[in-house]
Design a protein around this ligand. Structure first.
Ligand code: 1QQ
Length: 383
């Protein structure tokens, strides 16, 4: 080898060393710490009308967070999926999130029926899960990785009954509920306890099954009992049928129907039309709540999707921000256990649900309202 060749090789080696060690201008994506979260709602099946608005609410929050994070802040990579309104599909999705996508946290699923089984998988895998619409008892009790921002029926229903009694002078009611689902049964238990506590007479208790379409036998019986109100625990498909058929069978509008969380979807009003007028519902959120974050959310959601948000959209939107707060506090590499601890520590976080805190049992801690359907809209009529 000639001297000049040795020299130029030396230059090459030095140059290679220099350039590999020198800081290169990093591509924009490399500067962005990214936390993976799994978001699963019922996009198909019986609960799809809840899932549709939940997905919109969550997507809006993810988009806002990623835009605000710029090129340096913590970004979210969201894996959206469909639990098909069934526990089995929920299990498949949770396994995929945990074992293939390696998410740091999960939001969902839509129904308590599904959460009862999926949340055990999250607990066993030590991945935190935040329910944003599960309202049955016994969900957060699954373990210390299970949280929710949705108020339970056990919290909302006593308020519903107390306020309805005060405002509408109700002293005797008939109950109609689904006895084959975690949510509808939890609602029934909560209604029964609240009615007993308020010394309201229960004239009868009737049941139906998921997927039933004809409620005339139960409603005919109820009509003959002349209740002051009908108390119903049902998901929106069945709730819509019950409300429509009650009026068709001649139960007068002066006998209000009082519903639980399943009634909080605008699909009820769409499906039942004018029969939905006067329905009373306990709710965990109101579009008219004056807090500025909420007003901005209502405006931005309507601008993006062309229709107003419902409670399920608001709880999903809040849920993404709650998880994001914990993600930021935990920091990269976004270990699930650290996010869990940060979630447990959340206190008075500004949210569209108001100042948000978890109870020591990882349930949501804020106040419900009573709403009434008036002129095709949910209107707050009492605290
Ligand atoms: C539950 C519910 C449903 C109404 C969620 C959409 O509250 O399953 O717990």
């Amino acid at each position: 080898m000639k001297r000049s060749q040795v020299f130029s090789m030396g230059v090459l080696i030095v140059a290679a060393l220099f350039f590999s060690a020198a800081p290169m201008a990093a591509p924009a994506w490399a500067a962005m710490p990214e936390a993976k979260i799994g978001i699963v709602f019922s996009m198909t099946g019986g609960a799809a009308s809840y899932g549709a608005t939940q997905k919109h609410g969550a997507q809006l929050a993810v988009d806002e967070i990623n835009a605000a994070a710029g090129t340096k802040g913590v970004h979210i990579k969201a894996y959206f999926d469909d639990d098909a309104s069934t526990p089995q599909q929920g299990i498949n999705v949770f396994k995929k999130f945990i074992n293939s996508d390696h998410v740091s946290a999960i939001i969902g699923p839509t129904l308590s029926d599904t959460a009862q089984v999926t949340d055990r998988i999250a607990q066993a895998g030590s991945v935190p899960v935040l329910g944003v619409s599960n309202t049955a008892q016994g969900i957060t009790e699954i373990g210390n990785y299970v949280f929710r921002d949705s108020l339970t029926e056990a919290v909302v229903v006593p308020n519903t009954i107390r306020t309805a009694k005060k405002k509408f002078g109700i002293s005797k009611v008939s109950i109609l509920y689904g006895n084959d689902g975690a949510f509808t049964k939890a609602g029934y238990d909560a209604f029964k306890k609240a009615l007993t506590d308020e010394k309201i007479t229960i004239l009868s208790e009737q049941t139906f099954a998921k997927g039933d379409r004809d409620f005339s036998p139960q409603l005919t019986e109820i009509k003959s009992q002349s209740p002051d109100a009908i108390v119903v625990s049902a998901l929106v498909e069945e709730a819509s049928g019950i409300v429509s058929q009650a009026r068709q069978l001649g139960i007068p509008a002066s006998v209000p129907i009082i519903g639980g969380n399943g009634f909080n979807s605008p699909s009820l009003i769409k499906n039942a039309g004018s029969a939905a007028e006067g329905v009373l519902i306990g709710a965990a959120w109101s579009s008219t709540a004056s807090n500025p974050l909420n007003q901005k959310f209502v405006k931005d959601y309507a601008a993006k999707y062309g229709n107003p948000p419902d409670q399920f959209a608001a709880q999903a939107y809040a849920g993404v921000y709650i998880v994001y707060d914990a993600i930021q506090k935990a920091g990269a590499p976004f270990q699930p256990a650290k996010i869990r601890d940060a979630l447990a520590g959340i206190k008075n976080l500004d949210s569209v649900l108001g100042k948000f805190s978890f109870t020591s049992g990882r349930d949501a801690d804020y106040k419900p309202v009573l709403q009434e359907v008036k002129n095709g809209k949910f209107v707050v009529v009492g605290e």
